[in-house]
Design a protein around this ligand. Structure first.
Ligand code: AHR
Length: 485
């Protein structure tokens, strides 16, 4: 039994809906096959984008989508991906399987995707192998209104109007695949490149994001904030949850894993709390008013690829274990609304902790997808301050929405159900409706033969309320949301 005391007088702050952002890289079958099939495909599509996938994504109201990478971003030359397909240059996707990239999905197709799913743009520019001029011209191509060489080229390619770009990342993992730089060197380069990332639309200034640390590289954060902090709006953080302790060797399987790997994965996912706390503390030194964001633009679980699939494609199944990782991580973000204003789970389709898996014309929604759906009303709600004495395996977040309150909780324990009492300080409870995502086996998942094994159900038992409190009995391996009026 644990109690969550809800202090509705002391809100933590707005939950920026962009923490529910996603990431789509030119990697494996994320873009090609997963999102883009081309207008001539037999798979039903609109302007080349799969109708089934777009419909599913609209239902989870993806607020923002990062593209084109990832490591791919620092080898991407945007001019290769515009104009008639027959004239688009091909390249080798060196980071991801060495396959040929035909550049049929480029800037115009990305904005078509955003328009279809209703998401905002987060473009990641190329610092590793691109020039300042190339980056400047891309921003001009996308956002310049009126007449200019790049605006004219965009119009010639069929889009006279500029597109809004909300976020612009200057390099990706510049300490690794993005150029193996030292923080001092990157920070100087950042200052230079960002100078030419101009705001062509003063009404919608770009939010500029610098490459931040991997995991616990606190030195990187300190140096970049010290040298370039004045010139950035956000600094990224990448942290993946792995069942094995290190990156070397095998990470562990997505399915049929031992109990110990459930436990170690949850530990790894929970490290996000310390990472955010400590990187934020460094940012506080340079930005005490918390104007700059810590942008967790890559997070999620990472396993060995599914047997028989291309190791460079990072295709993995997704289970109730991943749903628990998603829920506990989103809770951590919601506890840090003062610093974390944008996050992007990796990745959207067919790669790592995906929302959606496809196989030819078939498509399934993963348990992670359903967490994003169940948490929808947290987007742009007000996170409330809570005190609790919850068991170690249970985490929660409470928000005030325009319809009432949303309580979300996860029990990532393997054996015990937990009773959780939510005590409201002032609110008089009149109704409570619950939804549960649950399984009794650790690797329960959806696949193309059985697509609906794990999906949310209305809670018909284990949920009671009186005027001052709501009590939930949450089984092990479960995610629950309760809408309270
Ligand atoms: O998401 C897969 C890869 O993980 C990204 O390309 C890279 O930025 C990170 O190392």
């Amino acid at each position: 039994m644990g109690t969550v005391y809800i202090d509705d007088h002391r809100p933590l702050g707005r939950i920026n809906k962009d923490i529910y952002g996603q990431f789509s890289e030119h990697l494996g079958r994320c873009i090609y096959g997963g999102l883009w099939v081309g207008p001539d495909s037999d798979i039903p599509n609109t302007n080349g984008l799969r109708n089934d996938v777009v419909t599913a994504l609209k239902d989870i109201q993806v607020p923002v989508l990062r593209w084109p990478g990832g490591c791919f971003a620092d080898e991407y030359h945007w001019q290769d991906g515009i104009g008639p397909n027959s004239q688009r240059k091909t390249m080798v996707n060196n980071n991801w399987g060495g396959v040929t990239e035909n550049n049929h999905f480029g800037t115009h197709e990305y904005f078509e995707l955003l328009q279809q799913i209703g998401a905002a743009a987060y473009i990641n520019g190329n610092v590793g192998s691109g020039t300042v001029q190339e980056m400047q011209e891309w921003v001009e191509y996308m956002t310049m209104n009126g007449t200019s060489p790049m605006a004219d080229l965009r119009a010639k390619n069929g889009h006279p109007d500029p597109w809004p770009v909300k976020y612009f990342g200057v390099g990706n993992e510049s300490w690794g695949c993005g150029g193996n730089m030292r923080p001092e060197y990157y920070a100087d380069l950042y200052r230079r490149y960002q100078t030419f990332v101009r705001n062509y639309d003063p009404a919608h200034p770009l939010t500029k994001i610098a490459c931040g640390p991997s995991n616990d590289d606190y030195h990187w954060t300190d140096e970049v904030m010290k040298i370039a902090g004045h010139y950035l709006d956000g600094i990224s953080l990448h942290h993946y949850a792995l069942p094995s302790i290190t990156w070397s060797g095998k990470k562990g399987a997505a399915l049929s894993f031992p109990e110990q790997e459930w436990v170690s994965l949850m530990q790894s996912a929970n490290e996000m709390e310390e990472l955010i706390t400590r990187h934020s503390a460094i940012m506080d030194k340079y930005d005490p008013d918390k104007k700059k964001s810590l942008v967790v633009d890559e997070w999620g679980s990472w396993y060995d690829v599914e047997p028989g699939t291309n190791p460079g494609f990072l295709y993995q199944q997704n289970t109730i274990r991943d749903a628990c990782v998603a829920a506990l991580t989103l809770h951590i973000f919601q506890h840090h609304v003062d610093r974390v204003h944008l996050a992007n789970i990796a990745q959207m389709v067919n790669v790592l902790q995906a929302m959606i898996l496809t196989d030819g014309a078939k498509m399934i929604k993963t348990p992670t997808y359903y967490v994003f759906k169940m948490f929808l009303d947290h987007q742009d709600a007000t996170a409330l301050n809570t005190q609790d004495d919850l068991p170690d395996t249970v985490t929660t977040s409470v928000s005030k929405t325009d319809k009432g309150y949303l309580l979300s909780l996860v029990n990532y324990g393997l054996t015990a159900a937990e009773e959780v009492r939510y005590a409201f300080q002032t609110h008089t409870v009149t109704a409570a409706q619950g939804e549960i995502l649950h399984s009794t086996t650790m690797d329960a998942h959806n696949d193309f033969e059985a697509p609906d094994v794990v999906q949310p159900e209305a809670m018909t038992a284990g949920l009671t309320h009186d005027a001052h409190q709501v009590t939930v009995t949450i089984p092990p391996m479960s995610v629950v949301t309760v809408h309270v009026q």
